[in-house]
Design a protein. Structure first.
Length: 251
């Protein structure tokens, strides 16, 4: 019986653990994808709101004003900083925190300058996990006049993406603790069910069969005990006991 209980509990623990891992893995995947989309959307909105001012500063050659514009937007939530590049990939303006890492244009900036279209990338910058959104900068006057716009450079918006990993780890941790609590609760419930629904009927049935075997139960009391789980077996044993008592009486 102990072996049966152990097997049942282990099977339930393994099953609950696998279901919890699959469920939490899917939850982490969906949550991570949604957080990334939200970060990409925020970077795009910020970039579109800044592009016009940066374009005008570059066209006017007001590099000091451009540097102040970049620094003014450097203290937003999860925003590590901004960087502005010339068409040949040289840095024009950059926030102080990014100066050590963004002097050389990242590959996503090179792609934007080469293909003249918006691009973004999740990557590591130094020891930090970041999201870099790059928008091409164009001559606004040419766009308004309907002529071909001139590429003035690129604006790189760098967000700290480390919180996405932290959020995923938090979900894994909470799922593990929840699964652990469920496993303990299921194990206790299983033990109680086995004790009340299986061990009890087996003990009563064994006691009844022992009484039949030793002849301590009179013929008038031979009947099927109140054990629903073993009623078919008990019925056959009762019939056998009646035949055995009849044979004893005849002998």
């Amino acid at each position: 019986m102990r072996l049966l209980s152990a097997r049942l509990i282990v099977s339930l623990i393994v099953g609950v653990t696998l279901v919890s891992l699959c469920s939490s893995g899917y939850e982490v995947l969906v949550g991570k994808r949604n957080l990334r989309r939200d970060l990409q959307r925020r970077a795009e909105v910020l970039g579109e709101s800044l592009a016009g001012n940066v374009d005008r500063d570059i066209e006017k050659g007001a590099l000091q004003t451009l540097q102040r514009t970049v620094q003014r937007f450097a203290n937003r939530e999860n925003l590590m900083g901004l960087a502005v590049y010339s068409p040949d990939g040289h840095i024009i303006a950059v926030t102080p925190d990014l100066a050590a890492h963004m002097n050389d244009a990242p590959s996503v900036v090179v792609e934007t300058l080469k293909e003249d279209h918006e691009a973004d990338s999740f990557q590591k910058l130094g020891d930090a996990r970041v999201h870099i959104c790059v928008l091409p900068l164009h001559n606004q006057d040419n766009i308004l006049e309907g002529s071909r716009d001139k590429l003035l450079g690129a604006l790189a918006i760098v967000h700290d993406a480390g919180y996405i990993r932290a959020q995923s780890l938090r979900i894994w941790r909470e799922t593990f603790l929840s699964a652990l609590a469920h496993v303990v609760l299921i194990a206790l419930i299983t033990l109680l069910i086995v004790r009340w629904s299986i061990e009890g009927p087996i003990a009563r049935t064994a006691h009844w069969m022992r009484a039949l075997r030793t002849g301590r139960m009179p013929s008038s009391r031979i009947g099927v005990p109140d054990v629903e789980l073993f009623r078919p077996l008990a019925r056959e044993v009762a019939t056998f006991a009646e035949s055995l008592n009849t044979a004893r009486s005849a002998a």
